[in-house]
Design a protein around this ligand. Structure first.
Ligand SMILES: *Cc1c(COP(=O)(O)O)cnc(C)c1O
Length: 464
């Protein structure tokens, strides 16, 4: 498989190079040249366990890695999950819940970042050299990335989170890792500010090359790839169980990474009826899919902080597919958005085949948490609750709806208490164990130069 850039001005690369490069050198996002079609193998795939399925799905995308090595990387990556099914699906009331939070940091980001950590280690082992990862996090990517790469030789990681805008548990999960090659930076700004700094550091090719920068945000194609697997896993399972020919998914969305994985699965022949995109008050994407206007607004902090995003970096991948791979169009639209913070795409004459979208605010999310606990004894985290709220208010679909549960409720104890009135309802031993650990973070202004200087200073002190 060859990989290309959505902006059409970067050289093609193989999978390992695409993984190490992160963002394409022309500032675009990396995409596979085509999506392999699995539609005539669904029966066979539906009988596989998670890791064997992951291997079948990933193999055509990662054909520069020997088959046995790929299989081993996958096997190792999911040993750290607490559920033998890795991503189990449960019937809860009117919906199916796809639990994606059984990894080490209790959010779906682990599914991709455990895999990515092992991939980096394999590629560095083969090629030598170092990798310095720069990441922006709205709360969950940071800890999942840190747990994905800590203790691995040749890798240093810098994670920027918006100061005061992640949940206390999320912050503790990151800052309690004080290894010498892990740096937590509290940025005086929003997630979008942090993400913009990451993108501008990657766009500075001289800085990028000098410091061997790598990306773990969902701009990295390997993350999307790892997430495609659970759409197949859950979709095929519920399809066989219910006899419905197609299923729908509801995806709590921030950066458009997770739902883009679902989109890719649909393009690869998974029988998907609808992908229901759910946002909280930060609803740029749900407004877009209902009006065609993509217009950034101020970020509002909510109880689902990992979705408090107004500039979804993976949206560029959708634009690329929507315009059938026309990178001139992508470049024009992205340039216009950077300047004017607003673009329009006509969805009336060319509607999207899969995506429908809705929004659920804080009150609805809290109500859904309360109702699901009261009626079904099931505790949803606030992100998953946004998804379930939107799924239940969507125009009645004839197909089963699989709602992605993206985080464990124990990451957001305050929201669970506010919703149910019960303290300590959602606990996890992994989180309790962190409470006595020392923490370390560095505060920096939301400024590219300040971050660049910090990174180079720390890297030279490690190398001494
Ligand atoms: C990251 C995250 C999301 C949003 O996922 P995207 O891929 O950014 O759309 C939703 N819920 C939780 C818990 C997350 O950590």
């Amino acid at each position: 498989m060859q990989y290309i850039s959505t902006r059409g001005k970067a050289e093609k690369s193989n999978f390992c190079d695409a993984v190490m490069t992160g963002l394409a050198r022309d500032g675009g996002l990396i995409m596979p040249e085509f999506f392999p079609d699995f539609s005539d193998r669904l029966e066979q795939l539906s009988r596989l366990g998670y890791c064997d399925l992951a291997y079948e799905i990933m193999r055509p995308f990662a054909d520069d890695i020997p088959d046995n090595v790929l299989h081993e990387i996958i096997r190792k990556s999911y040993l750290s999950f607490r559920d033998s099914e890795i991503t189990p699906v449960k019937r809860v009331g009117p919906v199916y819940i796809l639990e994606l939070f059984h990894g080490p940091t209790l959010a779906f980001k682990d599914v991709a970042l455990q895999f990515l950590g092992n991939l980096f280690e394999y590629i560095l082992g083969k090629r030598g050299g170092k990798l310095n990862i720069i990441a922006a996090t709205s709360g969950d990517t940071g800890s999942a990335a840190i747990y994905g790469v800590r203790g691995r030789r040749g890798i240093t990681i810098f994670v920027m989170h918006p100061d005061g805008r992640v949940s206390p548990v999320q912050e503790m999960q990151m800052t309690s890792v004080t290894d010498h090659n892990v740096f937590n930076i509290a940025i005086d700004g929003t997630f979008d500010d942090a993400q913009a700094i990451v993108k501008s550091l990657f766009a500075d090719l001289e800085f990028k090359d000098r410091n061997s920068l790598g990306a773990v945000n969902s701009i990295n194609w390997a993350r999307v790839l790892a997430q495609i697997v659970y759409y197949f896993y859950a979709g095929l399972k519920i399809r066989s169980e219910t006899g419905f020919p197609k299923v729908s998914f509801c995806v709590p969305t921030g950066n458009f990474g997770d739902i883009f994985a679902g989109y890719s699965a649909a393009m690869m022949g998974l029988p998907v009826d609808k992908l229901i995109l759910a946002t909280n008050e930060n609803d740029i994407l749900s407004r877009f899919f209902n009006s065609g206007v993509y217009k950034a607004a101020e970020v509002v902090p909510t109880i689902s902080p990992s979705m408090d995003i107004q500039a979804a970096s993976n949206f560029e991948r959708w634009i690329y597919l929507h315009f059938s791979g026309n990178s001139d169009m992508v470049r024009d639209l992205m340039r216009k958005f950077a300047l004017e913070r607003e673009i329009f795409i006509d969805l009336q004459t060319a509607p999207d085949k899969f995506i429908s979208a809705g929004r659920a605010g804080t009150a609805e999310a809290l109500e859904t948490i309360k109702r699901f606990y009261g009626e079904f004894g099931y505790v949803l985290d606030p992100h998953s609750a946004v998804g379930v709220s939107v799924a239940l208010s969507s125009p009645c679909s004839k197909t089963p709806i699989i709602c992605l549960a993206t985080a464990h409720p124990a990451k957001f104890p305050q929201a669970i208490k506010d919703a149910t009135g019960i303290d300590g309802l959602a606990k996890a031993p992994q989180i309790e164990a962190l409470k006595t650990l020392p923490t370390l973070k560095f505060k920096l202004p939301s400024d590219k130069c300040a971050v660049a200087n910090f990174i180079e200073r720390k890297l030279s002190s490690i190398q001494d």
